[in-house]
Design a protein around this ligand. Structure first.
Ligand code: HEC
Ligand code: HEC
Length: 191
């Protein structure tokens, strides 16, 4: 073996060792955090937060982009604090039938990939009672021909495609949405 190839060989060994160590370290770190969150998720005792009024941050007609919070284009403003994910464990009302319900708990470090789906640990029919989680509905087991599968349908595997957490961030633009029950209960303006 020449000196150069010996050097290259030992460099490869050192690199491989370093990446194994890094992998083990990151797993150790992720472990307890995930477990702590699992334990925290099912406890429901906090009162549901009052719905936030949808107030526009930027007054209408100011001509400035709400995403810049009304700041002039040539000005820098202090960024607002990071929004916190609402973790109250109180299921929220849906705005319309067949709306994917929003997630009422935090989902930090919940892994969803080819090998594992953390959400199904609690939301699978078989585990739902143990974790007091609502099981995914039958639609989640149907393929595109409406056949029922024994396990979660590939079309519903990546939960956060449709289900999202909510944060305490202020809405950037006003929203006048009313659900159908509110509309029906309003006096009829036509007569
Ligand atoms: C540790 C168990 C656990 C895990 C893991 C978990 N959940 Fe939940 N989930 C719950 C429980 C329990 C509830 C019922 C409300 C509460 O206590 O938070 C719930 C509620 C929900 C709801 C509200 C259902 C409704 O009808 O309003 C959705 C949506 C949801 N989870 C989606 C997810 C998604 C997506 C993931 C993965 C990213 C996930 N959950 C991971 C336990 C879990
Ligand atoms: C393609 C969009 C989509 C994906 C992906 C999806 N869901 Fe849903 N989910 C919905 C819709 C729409 C509803 C409400 C209507 C229904 O039950 O089908 C729903 C309902 C639910 C409910 C409430 C069930 C009930 O009976 O109240 C839970 C819990 C839930 N989903 C969890 C999950 C989890 C966990 C995953 C990932 C394994 C997931 N969903 C993936 C669209 C989706």
């Amino acid at each position: 073996m020449s000196n150069t190839s010996r050097f290259v060989a030992s460099a490869v060994v050192v690199l491989a060792l370093a990446s194994v160590l890094a992998f083990v370290a990151s797993h150790r770190k992720a472990g307890p955090t995930g477990a702590a969150q699992e334990a925290a998720a099912p406890a429901a005792s906090v009162a549901a937060p009052a719905p936030r009024p949808a107030v526009a941050v930027v007054p209408a007609g100011s001509g400035l982009d709400a995403i810049r919070r009304g700041a002039e284009l040539d000005k820098e403003i202090a960024p607002p604090p990071m929004a916190r994910v609402e973790n109250t464990d109180i299921r929220r009302n849906r705005a319309y039938p067949m709306q994917p319900p929003t997630i009422p708990h935090s989902i930090d470090n919940y892994q969803i990939d080819r090998n594992s789906n953390r959400c199904m640990l609690c939301h699978a029919r078989a585990n739902a009672d143990k974790f007091q989680a609502p099981p995914v509905s039958v639609t989640h087991y149907m393929d595109r021909d409406d056949q029922f599968l024994a396990t979660i349908s590939p079309r519903r595997y990546f939960c956060n495609q449709c289900h999202v957490v909510q944060t305490d961030a202020q809405p950037l633009v006003a929203n006048g949405f009313k659900d159908i029950d509110t509309v029906l209960s309003e006096p009829n303006k036509a007569n």
